[in-house]
Design a protein around this ligand. Structure first.
Ligand SMILES: Nc1ncnc2c1ncn2[C@@H]1O[C@H](COP(=O)(O)OP(=O)(O)O)[C@@H](O)[C@H]1O
Ligand SMILES: [Mg+2]
Length: 240
């Protein structure tokens, strides 16, 4: 648990795009390593390159230069199907806009990644129900997304991200559409699962107050890391 091996490493990562006659340098040489189990925030103003960086870390986009390694394996240059397989096994996602499947109920949305990675079994539904009950959705198990509030949908989405016990969970502005109370509930759920399951949590946000809740804050500005510092003191108390 305390072995700080790096689960995700970003090395000299750059991304430029050509727009008309201009070249836009979105990321200009990013370096960091995230130890297993860490809760790290990537923070910066809108347009600083956060979502681009997240897409590169998930192998959804290819860099102009540099490398991304997951569990020591370089993902740059992997074939699409190999990357999809790796992503399914190693990465859970939480999006700002929830992205639940409208035709599936809460439990079915949570078990979906277990179906897709072939790890579905009789325990999958039990785990989905437990996760949902633990975070206050015990009376919403068979509700469809349209029947759930934004905060409830995002809690289902967080349960889905952790369902297959991926070593890494990436969350892009997960509280961006929520009021402060629901945002706090979603953050508490992310933190709690990060601790309980040991999954590395990387949270992208423009909100410094939210980033300050993380163990570590990597601050981006104009495609560069301008600060990499400790977040809130890691509590040793186990009660909550
Ligand atoms: N496909 C694209 N074409 C042109 N500009 C882009 C494209 N993708 C991103 N950008 C630009 O790159 C910058 C960083 O974008 P993004 O990674 O979405 O930032 P953030 O998530 O921090 O708001 C922005 O200025 C954005 O306009
Ligand atoms: Mg963004």
């Amino acid at each position: 648990m305390s072995n700080p091996r790096s689960v995700l490493a970003v090395r000299n990562l750059s991304k430029s795009i050509h727009s008309g006659t201009h070249r836009v340098d979105i990321l200009r040489g990013i370096d960091f390593e995230i130890p297993a189990g860490q809760f790290a925030a990537i923070e910066g103003p809108s347009g600083s390159g956060k979502s681009t960086l997240l897409g590169l870390m998930a192998g959804l986009d290819t860099p102009t230069a540099g490398d991304v390694a997951i569990d020591g394996q370089s993902i740059v240059g992997l074939a699409e199907d190999e990357m999809a397989l790796l992503r399914g096994r190693k990465i859970g996602f939480v999006f700002q806009s929830y992205q639940l499947v409208p035709t599936l109920n809460a439990v079915e949305n949570v078990t979906l990644p277990l179906d897709l990675t072939g790890s579905w079994n009789s325990h999958a539904e039990k785990r989905a129900v437990e996760l949902l009950e633990q975070f206050g959705l015990g009376d919403r198990l068979d509700h469809y997304p349209v029947q759930l509030s934004g905060g409830e949908q995002q809690r289902v989405a967080v349960a889905r991200a952790f369902a297959a016990k991926p070593p890494i969970v990436l969350a892009d502005e997960p509280t961006g559409n929520l009021d402060s109370r629901n945002g706090a509930l979603v953050l508490e759920m992310l933190r709690s699962l990060n601790r309980a399951e040991g999954a590395t949590l990387i949270l992208v946000t423009h909100d410094a107050a939210l980033a300050s809740q993380a163990d570590r804050r990597i601050v981006l500005k104009d495609g560069l890391v301008v600060a990499d510092k400790a977040g809130r003191a890691v509590s040793t108390a186990s009660g909550k």
